[in-house]
Design a protein around this ligand. Structure first.
Ligand SMILES: NC(=O)c1ccc[n+]([C@@H]2O[C@H](COP(=O)([O-])OP(=O)(O)OC[C@H]3O[C@@H](n4cnc5c(N)ncnc54)[C@H](OP(=O)(O)O)[C@@H]3O)[C@@H](O)[C@H]2O)c1
Length: 304
């Protein structure tokens, strides 16, 4: 079988990490990007617009898997324009990839969609896959996204949606701004500190994608996070300890609002809300985590 994996929107933080990992595991990687077509590090970047069919669909034909990472980053101010683009970029890419797969003579056996644990909203209750959805803009985005992914049937293609948690990796992602704060002795508790961070190491996330590609038993929705979520207070204290930083003053909620809007240009809910999620279905399936201890995971990423 063709060993090409197509990563739509794979030029970002998660896609780049998965591309390297897949290459190490013997797969060819093609990335669909709105940027110009080129080849780098044996990865072919093919142009698309994330919304309409085009020449790029040839890459889907006969491929081993399609993974969709496309979406405007949620790390922005939630203006009307940004909200619309956050939703549109996600729904359009799901629709056009579905169209492309339906148009294949040899469709890929599996279509994997990056989703988010944000569907559970802001809650301290334990959330397995069966937990109720929350409320608010991010929840609505996730609901529309999941609905778009599952509504249209693909007769020959298995569908897997990974609700991804707070993915800890090198060079970017959600960890980078926290490391920068801690570096300048600002890595104290954020807001109440009681909001949960459902974290996972990028190596475990990559293994989940590989399992979704190779294991025909995996289908449907999975919480793609680690088994040991922590509160923000615990996370920041562990981060400071790994970075050899002493106590840092907490940032009270009003300061987080001001800092988020005026300095970081992002929505304060990203730092002030959280969820306490478990990867129940993956655990039941026997998925084995390399990283369950936050301190060890952070040491691995920040010191190696
Ligand atoms: N990182 C995490 O911890 C995390 C957690 C939960 C869920 N997720 C979800 O997983 C997906 C990938 O995350 P990531 O961290 O890799 O994101 P990312 O670094 O922002 O990459 C997403 C990619 O999507 C493309 N894109 C951005 N805006 C777009 C637009 N308006 N229209 C079409 N394409 C657009 C970009 O590719 P080009 O510019 O090359 O076209 C970009 O590289 C996202 O949907 C994110 O919401 C991530």
């Amino acid at each position: 079988m063709n060993q090409t994996i197509v990563l739509a929107g794979g030029s970002g933080f998660l896609g780049k990490a998965l591309a390297t990992f897949l290459q190490q595991n013997g797969f060819e990687v093609v990335i669909l990007t709105r940027g110009t077509a080129h080849v780098r590090d044996h990865i072919r970047y093919v142009q698309w617009d994330g919304a309409t069919l085009g020449e790029w669909t040839k890459e889907i034909e006969g491929s081993r898997a399609v993974v969709n990472f496309t979406g405007k980053s949620v790390n922005c101010l939630y203006t009307k324009k940004n909200r619309e683009e956050i939703i549109r970029s996600r729904l359009d890419s799901v629709q056009v990839l579905t169209d492309a797969i339906l148009g294949c003579q040899k469709p890929p056996p599996v279509f994997i969609q990056a989703g988010s644990l944000a569907i559970f909203g802001d809650t301290r209750e334990i959330c397995t896959e069966e937990a109720p959805h929350g409320t608010g803009f991010s929840v609505e985005v996730c609901q529309l996204w999941e609905q778009a992914f599952f509504t249209r049937e693909l007769p020959q293609t298995r569908k897997v949606l990974l609700r991804i948690g707070f993915a800890l990796g090198k060079n970017g992602g959600a960890l980078e701004p926290l490391v920068n704060l801690a570096r300048y002795r600002l890595g104290g508790t954020v807001g109440s500190g009681n909001q949960y961070i459902s974290w996972l190491h990028i190596d475990d996330l990559n293994q989940m994608f590989l399992a979704a590609i190779e294991d025909e038993q995996l289908s449907g929705i999975f919480n793609a996070t680690g088994p040991t979520p922590v509160t923000n207070k615990e996370f920041m204290s562990t981060l400071r300890s790994v970075m050899n930083k002493g106590w840092a003053p907490p940032t009270p909620t009003p300061f987080v609002w001001i800092g988020a809007y005026l300095i970081m240009g992002t929505d304060p809910s990203l730092a002030l809300s959280g969820r306490n999620c478990l990867p129940q279905k993956l655990l039941d399936h026997g998925f084995s985590f390399a990283h369950t201890d936050l301190k060890t995971a952070l040491r691995d990423l920040l010191h190696d």
